[in-house]
Ligand binder design. Structure first.
Ligand SMILES: [Zn+2]
Length: 264
C-alpha cells in the first residue's frame, strides 16, 4: 500500500456527511497509525527507519482509539500488531528446517497453518503491513545463531508487486536486516510476469516454475553465504529456481529463510 492510498481513504472518511467530531478525531488517529505502519517497515528512501517517532505517535493515538489486533480485532498493546491470544497461538507454532528435493535447505519460522497462515494471507492480500514486523521477528528467531550473510529477497512478479504497492519478500528482508547488523540485502533477482502461483495445483507449479532472472540493476552477485528470503514456501519451485540461478552465477552456498512452510 502506498501512502497516497491512505491519504485518499482519510479524505473520504473526513468528508462523510454524517461524521461527527468524534469520528473525525478517530479518522485522524487511524491516519496517524496507518502512516506509522507504512513508513516504519519501508521508508521513502527504502532504508530502514529508526521508528522512534512512529512508536511515540502510536502510543499517543492509542489514548484516543485503542489499538486492535491485526488478525482478530481484539484490543492489543499499542506496540504490538497482535493481541495476547494471537501471540500465544503463534508461539505454539514451531520453526523447522527442511530440505527441498533439489537439495536447498530451508529454515522456516512456522508451519503454514492457524495464525501463521492468516498472517501470510493478510499481509499479501489485505496489505496488513504491520504483520510484516511480526513475521520478520519470528524469522530472526528461527534463523539461529549465525544471523549473517546476504539476504536476497525472492522477487515478486512485477505487475503483481506494482498492483499491491509493495513487495512482501523485500519488506521482510529489510526488517530482518534491521535486527541483524551482520546481514546485508542484495536485490539481485527479478521475475517475469507469468501465471499466478496462487490457486495452481502442486503439479502445475512444478511443471511451470516462475521465470526468474538476474536483475538488470545488479552488477554483481553476492559473495559468501546467501539466504533467499520469502514469506512462504509451498512446492519450493520458486526458491529452487532462484537458488539454481544464483549457483549458476557462481554463488557457492545458497539457503532459504521463510516465515511459513507448507507441507509438500
Ligand atoms: Zn488477535
Amino acid at each position: 500500500m502506498r501512502p497516497g492510498r491512505v491519504h485518499v481513504a482519510i479524505c473520504i472518511r473526513l468528508s462523510e456527511p454524517n461524521g461527527n467530531e468524534l469520528s473525525r478525531a478517530a479518522a485522524w488517529v487511524i491516519a496517524v497509525r496507518g502512516a506509522c505502519a507504512i513508513r516504519r517497515p519501508v521508508c521513502a528512501t527504502r532504508e530502514p527507519c529508526s521508528g522512534t517517532i512512529s512508536v511515540v505517535l502510536r502510543s499517543l493515538s492509542s489514548l484516543v482509539a485503542p489499538p486492535l489486533c491485526s488478525l482478530c480485532g481484539a484490543s492489543c498493546d499499542p506496540a504490538r500488531a497482535l493481541c495476547a491470544g494471537c501471540e500465544r497461538r503463534l508461539s505454539r507454532l514451531r520453526p523447522a528446517r527442511s530440505v527441498l528435493p533439489g537439495g536447498l535447505e530451508v529454515v522456516s519460522a512456522a508451519p503454514y497453518e492457524d495464525v501463521a497462515q492468516e498472517i501470510v494471507r493478510r499481509l499479501k492480500f489485505a496489505s496488513r503491513l504491520a504483520l510484516a514486523e511480526v513475521a520478520a521477528e519470528r524469522m530472526v528467531r528461527a534463523w539461529g545463531a549465525s544471523r549473517s550473510g546476504w539476504l536476497v529477497p525472492v522477487p515478486a512478479a512485477t505487475a503483481r508487486a506494482r498492483a499491491r504497492g509493495f513487495d512482501d519478500a523485500a519488506m521482510l528482508a529489510q526488517l530482518i536486516a534491521r535486527e541483524c547488523p551482520d546481514a546485508r540485502i542484495m536485490e539481485c533477482l527479478a521475475r517475469d510476469d507469468g501465471p499466478r502461483q496462487v490457486g495452481r495445483t502442486r503439479a502445475e507449479r512444478k511443471a511451470d516454475p516462475p521465470r526468474v532472472r538476474l536483475s538488470h540493476r545488479s552488477r554483481a552477485l553476492p559473495v559468501g553465504a546467501v539466504w533467499l528470503v520469502d514469506d512462504v514456501v509451498t512446492t519450493g519451485s520458486t526458491l529452487t529456481a532462484c537458488a539454481s540461478l544464483l549457483r549458476r552465477g557462481g554463488v557457492e552456498r545458497v539457503r532459504a529463510l521463510t516465515f511459513a512452510r507448507a507441507d509438500s
